[in-house]
Every structure is written in structure tokens, then in C-alpha cells.
Design a protein around this ligand. Structure first.
Ligand code: MTE
Length: 310
């Protein structure tokens, strides 16, 4: 699938986020749009590359959440339960070198050296709304590529109907693994058509830079129409499977967290309403939108009872 120049969810850049928010990154982004390539530094010493080159392909049409909140207010239970724990404690994660294994029901399994992948793939900046199941939300400029590009490269077999994702589980790097909060490693999954959707982003950066450890360095998933816990961090394995894979939050509390977990204001969490949300940085709560405002994914669920498959 080719990336359309003006996808339905994209606003013209001039109508999007106020210019000042992007001033620091504009030079880098513009340079890359012109060059259509990564800077020389990226391919020679990826570890030292602080910034990631990317062309900007779409925008949430709202001001981005402050960098300090995006990188300081996190859920990453491998580092503790408080929102500030990941920023404080994730320094023990070693995101480089990093190997991502892609396999299962595929013709061409792959073992990716993530630093090299970061130096070579055609990164895009995408500003997505991000809605946590807890009722807060942000607007985040991610840097990634559609997951579909990686899926095509491994050539899934016809029997592959789901994609299973797994986070690193190394107690030496992740002190939170000592607490039995979840059945580690953290696991997530998507149906094949969800994984192939153009919005599903394999993500390596935020705000034009490589992901900080607390945001799931060096590589994570971002699925903007689903609750944030589907956007699994620090991924080491992607497997194509035939049956719906086990996922961490669903295994922990199936009554509260479904496999699909599409953002849906009409389906309440058993312990709280999902009708509204608080955008971090704002005072008043706002209405939550079906599919987090990404209505173009609705066709993936045609004919499904979204209360039952929550
Ligand atoms: N991935 C792993 N491995 N461990 C986690 O605890 N938390 C999830 C998701 N991915 C989590 C994870 C939840 S609940 C949310 S809301 C998002 O990551 C938060 O992403 P952010 O901290 O980058 O905003």
C-alpha cells in the first residue's frame, strides 16, 4: 500500500499545530522532506544520533502535549506504578544494541538490528491523539513507519490471522518485574487487518528524537484508535499466529480489559465511565470520540457487537 499524500485524517499543515510548537524540529523535518533521505550521521553512528529525520505526513489538528508531560507522565509497569516512575527509573533499560525478532507464520522471518533499522527506514512524523483507558489523553508527535511495511517484508502465510507482540522481560534492566503486577513479559496483540491498517505505527521516536526509555525505547507500537495499553513498549518479538493471542491486561482482568479495547465512549469500564477524558494540560474534561476520532477504522468492525467485543 502506498502512503497517500492527503489521507482523510490529515489536515493541511498550515491548519494544524501552531508553528511555534514545531520551531525546533522544523529545520530537521524540512531538510528531510527536501532530501527524502536520512542525514549522513544517522547511518554512520546511530547511537549518537539524537534526532530522527522524518517527513511529516499527518496531524491530529490540535496542539501537541508538552514534551515534559509526554516524557514525564507515563505508564510502563516494568518500572513501577506511579506516573513518574518510568522517567525516574527507566535509566536501567539498555535500548542499544536491540534485536527485534519477527516470525511465526511467515515465509521470511526477520531478525532486526534496531539501530540499523532506525538508520534506514523512511520515517514519518505523525501527530496522533492518544487516549489511555484511565481517562486521560495527550496529543503526541510520534516518529514511525506503518507496521504494514514490516509485515509485508516477512510475507505472512495465509494462516496468519493475528499478530502477537512481546516486550523485553529482563529483571536486571526492569526492576518492576519483581512485582507480580502482570504476568510478564508484557504482551499485546492485534487482528491482522488492524495490524495492516495504515494508522498502526511502528514507532521509534517522539518529538523528532529517538524514544526516551520511559516511552518504550527503542521501538514500540502505537495504535491511535485503541486504548493506550494496546500500544506496547520496548518490543523484542512480533509473531504471526492463527488464533487470538493472550494479552497481558486481558489475562489479568478480562472483565475490565478486552482484546479489542477500541476507544469507545459508549462502553464504560466496569469501574468508571469512558464518556469523557482529560487532555493532559487542560482543565476541563472533554468528550471522548468513538475510535478516538479515527472514524475511518470503523469498517474493520462492521457487523461486530462492540459492547461484546470491547
Ligand atoms: N508497554 C509495556 N511494556 N508496559 C506497560 O506498562 N503501558 C501501556 C502502554 N504500553 C505499558 C506498555 C499503557 S497503560 C499506556 S497508557 C501506554 O503504554 C503509555 O505510553 P506513554 O507512557 O508513552 O504515554
Amino acid at each position: 500500500m502506498l502512503i497517500r499524500r492527503n489521507p482523510s485524517w490529515a489536515l493541511p499543515e498550515r491548519e494544524a499545530t501552531p508553528e511555534a510548537l514545531y520551531m525546533n524540529r522544523r529545520a530537521v523535518v524540512a531538510g528531510l522532506v527536501a532530501a527524502g533521505a536520512l542525514p549522513a550521521a544517522a547511518s554512520t553512528d546511530p547511537e549518537k544520533v539524537a534526532r530522527i529525520a522524518a517527513r511529516r505526513t499527518m496531524d491530529a489538528g490540535e496542539p501537541a502535549t508538552a514534551l515534559a508531560d509526554v516524557t514525564g507522565y507515563n505508564n510502563f509497569y516494568e518500572y513501577g506504578l506511579d506516573k513518574g516512575d518510568p522517567a525516574r527509573r527507566a535509566g536501567t533499560l539498555r535500548p542499544s544494541p536491540w534485536t527485534l525478532r519477527v516470525g511465526g507464520l511467515v515465509k521470511t522471518p526477520l531478525t532486526l538490528d534496531v539501530d540499523r533499522y532506525i538508520a534506514r527506514a523512511p520515517w514519518e512524523e505523525r501527530v496522533y491523539r492518544f487516549r489511555c483507558v484511565e481517562g486521560w489523553s495527550m496529543v503526541i508527535p510520534w516518529v514511525g513507519v506503518p507496521l504494514s511495511s514490516l509485515i509485508r517484508a516477512v510475507e505472512p502465510l495465509g494462516s496468519a490471522r493475528y499478530v502477537a507482540f512481546r516486550t523485553l522481560a529482563d529483571p536486571a534492566q526492569m526492576p518492576g518485574l519483581r512485582a507480580p503486577v502482570l504476568d510478564w513479559p508484557y504482551r499485546e496483540g492485534l487482528r491482522m487487518d488492524e495490524a495492516m491498517h495504515e494508522l498502526t505505527l511502528l514507532t521509534v521516536g517522539v518529538y523528532g528524537r529517538r524514544l526516551p526509555n520511559q516511552n518504550g525505547a527503542p521501538i514500540r507500537l502505537v495504535v491511535p484508535w485503541k486504548y493506550g495499553f494496546k500500544s506496547i513498549k520496548s518490543v523484542v518479538a512480533i509473531d504471526f499466529v492463527e488464533t487470538q493471542p493472550e494479552t497481558s491486561w486481558n489475562m489479568a482482568t478480562p472483565r475490565e480489559y478486552g482484546f479489542y479495547s477500541n476507544v469507545n465512549p459508549a462502553v464504560d469500564h466496569p469501574r468508571w465511565s469512558q464518556a469523557r477524558e482529560r487532555r493532559i494540560g487542560e482543565f476541563r474534561r472533554r468528550e471522548t470520540l468513538p475510535f478516538n476520532g479515527y472514524a475511518e477504522v470503523a469498517g474493520l468492525y462492521a457487523g461486530m457487537d462492540l459492547k461484546r467485543f470491547f
